[in-house]
Design a protein around this ligand. Structure first.
Ligand code: THU
Length: 147
């Protein structure tokens, strides 16, 4: 079955999709998800940064305040001076595609609406783009993320 159809360019200079997924797995270990029992990890490859930004979902007793791993990662990227995520890996249940929720798609699109995304899929992985999952984000600026 073809899950995604958009062509994805993944430059050789980048860590491999498998390596970025490994980073997301490492990030997942820190997850605080006692209410859902669904730990998520995200790794962002960021322009100008040697190491990926790692983040996890963080839940709260007031459930609605919980934040997803992908948004945590975007926040961490900005806090550390990063500007542009080049690619993201997201992991949830082992071997299953863990798609970002709608809020996270919009949040990530702010910084790079075209970025490649990689997910586990069985023993392997699948790659798509944020543009395929979320083709029409709301953006106030032509060049998102620029001030
Ligand atoms: N979650 C993420 O971290 N990322 C997503 O894209 C979907 C959902 C988290 C939120 C919550 O802590 C748990 O997964 C179950 O919904």
């Amino acid at each position: 079955m073809t899950l995604f159809t958009s062509p994805v360019s993944w430059p050789e200079s980048w860590p491999s999709p498998q390596q970025l997924l490994e980073s997301a797995r490492e990030a997942q270990r820190a997850s605080y998800s006692p209410y859902s029992g669904f730990p998520v990890g995200a790794a962002l490859l960021v322009e100008g940064m040697d190491e990926p930004i790692l983040a996890c979902n963080v839940e709260n007793s007031s459930y609605g305040l919980s934040i997803c791993a992908e948004r945590s990662a975007a926040v961490a990227m900005i806090a550390r001076g990063g500007k542009k995520p080049l690619a993201a890996a997201v992991v949830g249940k082992r071997g299953e595609v863990c798609l970002p929720c709608g809020a996270c798609r919009q949040f990530l699109a702010e910084f790079n609406p075209e970025m490649p995304l990689v997910f586990e899929h069985g023993d392997s992985f699948v790659v798509t783009t944020l543009a395929e999952l979320f083709p029409a984000p709301f953006l106030l600026t032509e060049q998102s993320g620029e001030q």
